[in-house]
Design a protein. Structure first.
Length: 1016
């Protein structure tokens, strides 16, 4: 191919003495090239396109030739969060442009660049993008050197000095993302990783980018006015908490030395998180640390949720896309643009609200009046909200020059009046959370996006979706202009149907979507290079090769987009339960053995219908009351954790559905993992752990007697287990049941005189529920049948027993008198009903209901038996789906359960059972769950959540990230969770009647035994 000829560019070499630079270091001396841009006069504020603040993608045709509606508009135009008062979601519905702007002046969109692109060889463009136009070989900053002797055509005020931003970042990052100059000093800039904004910002659409943040000097200094890295990191974390309005985990810091209660626990100690708690009207405030904290107290620095403090700076480099020698794509050395923003003044919520109101009034009174932005090429443009924006862009020779006034106006629409922004910015609210590499503080050169899971977007009324998948399904394209045929062909069938297999890959790795093929990257580099050569940025910067077909050249007054209803973004997050993951993770997945991983990650059943069910921010699943055509939640695979059981699963097909296992279950999932994994070394637990049993058999399912003096448990080998009793100190062990087969699930009678238990005789294929006195006499059979029986439970008065049984492939709830003299069938529906649990006052029974179907999302129904067992009242569940209740609170107002939840703990989004609690009220015929909350903490899956006797805490066991089953305690008042144990495999915690101890199963000595430990 021919080499492209670039129009008249001037190259002069000039040696400058003392060409110092920005940052905290003298610029490395080097020859300075007077570039093509230096010969340009950039001072004019005359505009070719007076509506340049309206981006080119806003002229997208939202209705295609087949009548299909596409909506890329929702990403920017949405109901806003205070103190953003734009609330511009109505712009999704119409092209509401001033009269002048109804003609599309982004004419580069309609130009064919095929011939120009064809004149540039692949090797030429690759060589071009690999040239660094920001740093010279001596690591000096090229544009800063030029600005030392500002060209006359750039000096707007004619004072001979560049009064705007002088580039001073060296893009030399340490292991915490901090930028350093060649001498090793901190420049104040810190790079952070963030989830790319949907659409144009994706690398597949032509550009790679990065963003750096820098807080004002006061935020970097301690209270003595000296630079202090810890102070700076803490202040950055406080800003992150304010912008995200959530807690932010941090490395442990001494609050006493900082003088601020960062974690808001009421004492100055060691903090491991910044607690977001800002509600000044309720007397709850937050404080910066160091010199910034002193200035905040003096009123010269301000703090508020959703706002950056004055002096905050952002620096974004927009780059070409390089193709490495190995064929992968990566950000190129060459910058297309360098974008800068600084918050120069503070506006309060009221200031911002009044400003937004004034803008709205002017648009109403003068709808055809164009916006005007104060500023110039040298000092940047104001967005009217305290920020000044400025930029550098390539000249015809590829060197960076300041943007003209009009070229900068192109940036202002997105940073001044969009509903989606946070204090006029996009990136920091999308910063990766603390569970990410280097806690999200890193540069793309340190780690790419490979392996990054999809961020989550919460849509008003529709729940949470994987953000990029939602964009693809809802917009039906990979960009606003629908010109990215590569993405379309990869993710859609010719008929326009989304490919679920590739969506699954995208859920686990965003580069499946974000990275272009090498061929596309090279093509888009060439296309943009032709715009650079022409210097026609004011006509559009979109790197199209052929004329855009899906863009209006003209629109009518308030022309409809044909979008029927606006879609509103409520929040963005990296993962479900991300803060809990970061705060409580105990190991990394990479340290896990292959054997452990294989045992835990099984082949689960397919997920529920994503059009019928939605997912909340905490990962809980709900029935959906909102639907969008061709949009669904692509449920990820689920973690099939080891199933601990004494039931012969191979003979009970319904067990497979409940445990989400494909038939037949792998052998390693059938039993306790303690048989396969060596225990951790013992002796380092907090508290006085005591081993109560030491037989060679497996000991499990311990149960306290009502007075706390004895413990019943199950002991035996597979196929032969019996009920045993001992004193609560481990003495006086004796076998209670002696029948052949298996006895399990012992339950003490309320008066402590009898044990209720379940029995299975393999030889006779008989199931039974029986009672036995604690002295081993007077066995009473309540039920005996060849039908499968579920474990039985006492009513609190000891007069009745509830259980479930299967007959003709259908499960129902039954109640029997405790002497077996009378029975009541409580349910008769075709649904599977099991796991009955009496309320503390004995007037209600909660039970699990699984409707028919391939994927049973179980619910909790409630029976009121206040009017007797013959006429119970049924209350249908309204709350999280796919749950299994494990306990009532002592006052009967709350329930504890495990819920099938979408979680990011595994490192990828997966579905697992996590511990949760809800308030429950029965009204009419509905059991309404409110205040539902996942109480898990960085676990892969939980079981057996139970309230403490005083109802203030919940104990459960869960698999941590090292694949060990451990005990956890959740405090309902503080909403905090802590690990109770750290070793072995610990299961099935049971509170002592006084709430001071927990008895549990553990293999910490190499065999499954009963252990007890104090709670505090």
């Amino acid at each position: 191919m021919k080499s492209m000829k670039y129009p008249g560019f001037l190259v002069l070499l000039l040696l400058l003495t003392g060409c110092g630079g920005g940052g905290n270091s003298a610029e490395t001396m080097a020859p300075v090239k007077l570039t093509a841009g230096a010969a340009l006069d950039l001072r004019s504020k005359n505009m070719v396109n007076e509506a340049a603040y309206i981006p080119s993608m806003c002229w997208t045709k939202t209705e295609d030739s087949n009548g299909v509606i596409h909506n890329p508009c929702f990403t920017c135009h949405t109901k806003s969060t205070e103190p953003n008062y734009a609330n511009d979601h109505d712009l999704q519905l119409s092209y509401n442009f001033p009269e002048y702007a109804r003609t599309n002046r982004w004419t580069n969109l309609f130009k064919s660049r095929t011939a120009q692109v064809g004149e540039i060889s692949d090797s030429e463009i690759i060589s071009y993008v690999r040239q660094n136009n920001y740093l010279n070989p001596q690591k000096g900053i090229i544009p800063a050197s030029l600005l030392k002797n500002v060209p006359k055509g750039w000096d707007f005020n004619g004072n001979g000095v560049w009064d705007g931003y002088k580039p001073d970042a060296y893009f030399n990052f340490d292991s915490e993302g901090f930028d350093k100059n060649p001498e090793g000093a901190y420049t104040g800039w810190r790079s952070f990783a963030y989830h790319p904004f949907p659409g144009t910002s994706w690398t597949t659409n032509g550009s790679a980018d990065d963003v750096l943040i820098r807080l004002d000097t006061a935020f970097r200094n301690n209270s003595s006015g000296e630079f202090d890295l810890t102070t700076y990191k803490v202040n950055l974390a406080i800003v992150e908490a304010l912008i995200k309005r959530s807690d932010v985990p941090i490395a442990a810091v001494d609050e006493i030395s900082l003088g601020v209660d960062l974690d808001k626990n009421g004492v100055l100690g060691t903090a491991t998180k910044i607690r977001y708690d800002w509600a000044p009207l309720e007397g709850r405030n937050m404080s910066f640390v160091g010199q910034a904290g002193l200035r905040q107290a003096a009123g010269t620095i301000h703090l508020a949720a959703g706002l950056f403090p004055e002096g905050t700076e952002f620096l974004q480099s927009l780059r070409y896309v390089d193709v490495t020698d190995s064929g992968t794509v990566a950000p190129a050395a060459r910058m297309k643009e360098l974008r800068y923003a600084k918050k120069r003044s503070w506006l309060t919520y009221l200031d911002l609200q009044m400003a937004a109101g004034a803008v709205a009034k002017e648009k109403f009174d003068y709808p055809d009046r164009l916006e005007i932005f104060l500023g110039d090429v040298e000092q940047g443009l104001s967005n009217g909200q305290g920020w000044v924006y400025q930029g550098f862009i390539e000249d015809s020779g590829g060197d960076l020059r300041p943007q003209t006034y009009e070229e900068t106006v192109c940036c202002m629409g997105c940073h001044s009046a969009l509903g989606i922004t946070t204090d006029g910015t996009f990136s920091f609210s999308r910063k990766m959370d603390a569970e990410a590499y280097q806690n999200g503080w890193y540069h793309r050169t340190q780690k790419g996006l490979k392996g990054t899971i999809e961020p989550k977007v919460e849509i008003e009324g529709a729940g949470v979706y994987q953000e990029y998948s939602f964009y693809l399904m809802y917009n039906r394209a990979g960009d606003e202009l629908r010109e990215n045929t590569e993405v379309y062909e990869k993710f859609f069938t010719p008929a326009g149907v989304i490919k679920t297999d590739i969506i699954k890959q995208l859920n686990d790795d965003v580069t499946v979507l974000l990275n272009p093929s090498p061929q596309r990257a090279v093509m888009l580099n060439k296309s943009y290079r032709t715009i650079v050569a022409e210097q026609t940025f004011i006509y559009g910067r979109d790197a199209t090769v052929t004329p855009a077909a899906n863009v209006h050249k003209q629109v009518e007054f308030s022309q409809s987009t044909k979008i029927a209803k606006s879609v509103n973004t409520l929040s963005i997050a990296g993962r479900f339960n991300a803060s809990e993951i970061a705060a409580n993770a105990v190991s990394t997945l990479s340290s896990t053995s292959v054997e452990n991983t294989a045992a835990v990650v099984g082949s689960g059943m397919s997920g529920p219908d994503g059009t019928l069910y939605s997912v909340a921010k905490d990962g809980l699943i709900y029935k959906s009351s909102y639907s969008m055509k061709d949009v669904f939640f692509p449920f990820p695979d689920r973690l099939t954790l080891p199933v601990r059981t004494i039931v012969p699963l191979a003979e009970i097909s319904s067990c497979y559905s409940c445990h989400r296992l494909s038939y037949s279950v792998p052998a390693e999932n059938l039993s306790d993992r303690s048989m396969y994994i060596a225990p951790a070394p013992g002796g380092t637990e907090n508290g006085a752990l005591k081993r109560l049993t030491d037989s060679a058999d497996a000991d499990l399912y311990p149960q306290w007697s009502p007075d706390g003096t004895k413990i019943a448990w199950v002991s035996g080998a597979p196929g032969s287990s019996h009920i045993w009793i001992m004193n609560s100190d481990g003495s006086g062990k004796r076998q209670l049941t002696t029948a052949t087969g298996m006895q399990g699930w012992p339950e003490w009678s309320p008066d402590g005189t009898m044990i209720l238990y379940w029995e299975y005789s393999g030889s006779g294929k008989l199931y039974a529920n029986r009672t036995i006195k604690v002295d081993g006499t007077s066995i009473i059979t309540i039920a005996e049948t060849t039908n499968i029986l579920d474990r039985p439970v006492w009513r609190p008065d000891g007069q009745y027993v509830a259980y479930a049984t299967e007959s003709n492939a259908n499960w129902d709830i039954w109640v029997a008198k405790s002497d077996g003299s009378k029975f009541w069938r409580m349910t008769t529906s075709a649904a599977m009903e099991s796991n009955p649990l009496w309320s503390p006052d004995g007037t209600k029974i909660a039970y699990k209901v699984a409707a028919s179907g391939a994927y049973n999302l179980t619910e909790e129904y409630f029976l009121s038996v206040e009017n007797g067992f013959d006429s119970p009242t049924v209350y249908v569940w309204q709350g999280p789906q796919s749950i299994q209740m494990s306990g009532w609170s002592p006052d009967g107002k709350m329930i504890a359960y495990t819920a099938e939840t979408v979680s990011g703990t595994y490192g990828k989004d997966r579905v697992s059972y996590l511990a949760a609690v809800s308030d429950v009220s029965l009204s009419g015929t509905t059991a309404v769950a409110t205040s539902s909350a996942v109480i898990s903490a960085a676990t892969l899956g939980d079981r057996g959540a139970l309230f403490s006797p005083d109802g203030k805490k919940v104990a459960f066991w869960g698999w941590d990230q090292s694949y060990r089953a451990l005990l956890w305690i959740y405090d309902l008042s503080s909403k905090s969770v802590r690990r109770l144990t750290t070793e072995g495999f610990d299961y099935n915690p049971r509170w002592s009647p006084d709430g001071k101890q927990i008895v549990f199963e553990s293999n910490r000595n190499g065999n499954l035994d009963i252990w007890v430990m104090p709670v505090e």
